[in-house]
Ligand binder design. Structure first.
Ligand SMILES: [Zn+2]
Ligand SMILES: [Zn+2]
Length: 167
């Protein structure tokens, strides 16, 4: 069965979500991407002391994807966790959240969305000039490649072949 990705977005991102979807489809042509609809942020996830929404809570309470599927929720609010005052995104199992709060450029937003999708598909961080490089600043997001390096792409192809062989 093909792997698929469902996209949710915080209301207000109706236009951007189309571009993000295209960018994900360009980097991951093996993935069937669908926009599942708007999803408002959960007010109870707000951490007053940390001044961000708890991304672990957002991920835990977001809809569970179907079998063989992943989900990515694009939010405009600031997100973080116990260890990070802010994060561009986070993944847990088959679910991910990415935040546009500190990113203005749609290309950069798409890059971070693709980065989280890479994690969903099992890729770790990469030391090359690659989409899977770590980014802690807006500058480093802008600077890094919008595509996967050859090694990451080969890893991914291997994963997909492996998946096919066991199904
Ligand atoms: Zn990462
Ligand atoms: Zn790489």
């Amino acid at each position: 069965m093909n792997q698929s990705l469902g996209l949710y977005y915080q209301p207000g991102l109706d236009e951007q979500i189309q571009k993000i979807k295209k960018q994900i489809e360009t980097v991951f042509p093996q993935l069937a991407v669908a926009i599942l609809g708007p999803l408002a942020i959960f007010p109870e996830a707000w951490d007053t002391a940390a001044k961000h929404y708890d991304v672990r809570y957002l991920i835990a309470r977001s809809p569970v994807p179907e079998r063989n599927a992943y989900s990515l929720w694009v939010v405009t609010s600031e997100i973080g966790d116990v260890w990070h005052s802010f994060l561009f995104g986070a993944v847990d199992g088959a679910k991910a959240v990415v935040s546009t709060a500190r990113l203005e450029d749609i290309e950069d937003i798409g890059k971070e969305a693709c980065h989280e999708v890479g994690h969903l598909l099992g890729l770790g961080h990469c030391p090359e000039n690659c989409l899977m490089g770590t980014s802690w600043t807006v500058h480093s997001v802008s600077r890094k490649s919008g595509d996967l390096c050859r090694e990451c792409r080969e890893k991914l192809a291997g994963e997909f072949q492996h998946d096919k062989s066991i199904q």
